[in-house]
Design a protein around this ligand. Structure first.
Ligand SMILES: *[C@@H]1O[C@H](CO)[C@@H](O)[C@H](O)[C@H]1NC(C)=O
Ligand SMILES: *[C@@H]1O[C@H](CO)[C@@H](O)[C@H](O)[C@H]1NC(C)=O
Ligand SMILES: *[C@@H]1O[C@H](CO)[C@@H](O)[C@H](O)[C@H]1NC(C)=O
Ligand SMILES: *[C@@H]1O[C@H](CO)[C@@H](O)[C@H](O)[C@H]1NC(C)=O
Ligand SMILES: *[C@@H]1O[C@H](CO)[C@@H](O)[C@H](O)[C@H]1NC(C)=O
Ligand SMILES: *[C@@H]1O[C@H](CO)[C@@H](O)[C@H](O)[C@H]1NC(C)=O
Length: 304
């Protein structure tokens, strides 16, 4: 049941993502590095020419590199967090790597190639970059209220960008009424990153399962937390955990079977030494163990 509403949600988010952003942007993660791809496919042998490459946002120059017949000219233009391969004329790969991404790096970038002796620079690539930040795993707390009054659930997550979708679920499927939920999204101090607090006020019984879901649509990242059960998982990692669990189970079962067999063999030997006349019943015992082993081996398969 849990899996089905999660995949429904994922499908929904995948569809909205496609609809809301027609042109494909490179999506970068705050604090991480990203690459803006750009490859020269022209016929000129750039290694034999004097060329320069510029990455611009609008009219602002972000990075400029120069090569004299394939050799990079180390000029003074500061590169900061942006780097281009020093052998770009040879490989034709003028892609730029931007490290330690800031939210303010979200721009439309253009790459211009200038060949000495030609008047115009050539627009090789236009790449759009969107930077988003991951939210922290949400924390769900329940505030004690007086008998008969609605319970108050507080869901908290921060450090992400842009504004996430915040969803509440009661017993995994039911959505609480809009007026029962209050969500406050503010910037963290001295930051563009967001602080998300959502409060659900609802009359529920003690054994009701309440979940809060924080969805970053740009990163396609869905985080959830469930009351009572105390699980907080990224979708996708849940199945990974499941497969790790069954692998672990396999190993444990294997070890147990090996120990059982070892004891059985040892027992057989002792018995053979003691009573040499009962060889037939011994082989019967061993057969039984083999059958058991087959059954155990097939157990974890049906589990996944
Ligand atoms: C979102 O992530 C899920 C798995 O985590 C993946 O199957 C899906 O293709 C992703 N969608 C997009 C639009 O990236
Ligand atoms: C390009 O020019 C360089 C230097 O003149 C030369 O060594 C190289 O072989 C040329 N490459 C091609 C593919 O013509
Ligand atoms: C490239 O520049 C160097 C130094 O400025 C010059 O000597 C050389 O002739 C130039 N080569 C071409 C192909 O323009
Ligand atoms: C990039 O350009 C497109 C239109 O060409 C515009 O809609 C979009 O907002 C721009 N993106 C950024 C990050 O400036
Ligand atoms: C390059 O510039 C020169 C002078 O500025 C001009 O005469 C020539 O027509 C230009 N060539 C091209 C291809 O634009
Ligand atoms: C985030 O918001 C909550 C509630 O609005 C507030 O209590 C908390 O102090 C904020 N956290 C930070 C780090 O600003």
């Amino acid at each position: 049941m849990t899996v089905s509403w999660f995949s429904g949600l994922l499908l929904l988010s995948a569809l909205t993502l496609r609809a809301s952003r027609g042109d494909k942007c490179v999506v970068g993660v705050f604090g991480e590095a990203t690459i803006l791809p750009c490859v020269y496919n022209g016929v000129k042998n750039l290694t034999a020419l004097n060329v320069s490459s510029e990455w611009r946002t609008g009219t602002e120059m972000m990075l400029r590199r120069e090569w004299t017949e394939g050799e990079e000219v180390l000029d003074a233009f500061p590169t900061g967090r942006m780097t281009v391969s020093s052998t770009a004329p040879q490989s034709g790969d003028f892609s730029v790597v931007i490290s330690d991404l800031h939210l303010s790096d979200s721009h439309n970038y253009s790459q211009y190639l200038q060949i000495q002796g030609q008047n115009q620079s050539l627009l090789l690539c236009s790449v759009c970059l969107t930077v988003a930040a991951r939210f922290t795993e949400p924390i769900l707390s329940r505030e004690d209220t007086k008998e008969g009054e609605p319970a108050k659930f507080i869901c908290h997550s921060r450090g992400g960008f842009p504004e996430p979708g915040v969803y509440w679920f009661i017993d995994h499927t039911q959505r609480p009424p809009v007026e029962a939920v209050g969500t406050h999204i503010v910037k963290l101090p001295a930051s563009e990153l967001l602080n998300v607090t959502s409060v659900l006020t609802e009359t529920v019984s003690e054994d009701t399962v309440v979940s809060c879901v924080i969805e970053n649509q740009v990163l396609n990242e869905t985080l959830s937390v469930t009351s009572g059960v105390l699980v907080s998982t990224v979708v996708g990692r849940a199945s990974q955990a499941m497969s790790m669990f069954s692998t672990g189970l396999c190993v444990v079962v294997g070890v147990l079977v090996a120990i059982a067999l070892a004891y059985q063999i040892k027992g057989d030997r002792l018995r053979r030494r003691g009573r040499q006349t009962h060889a037939e019943s011994d082989s019967e015992d061993t057969e039984m163990i083999v059958v058991n082993f087959e059954q155990l081996k097939s157990l974890p398969e049906t589990d996944v």
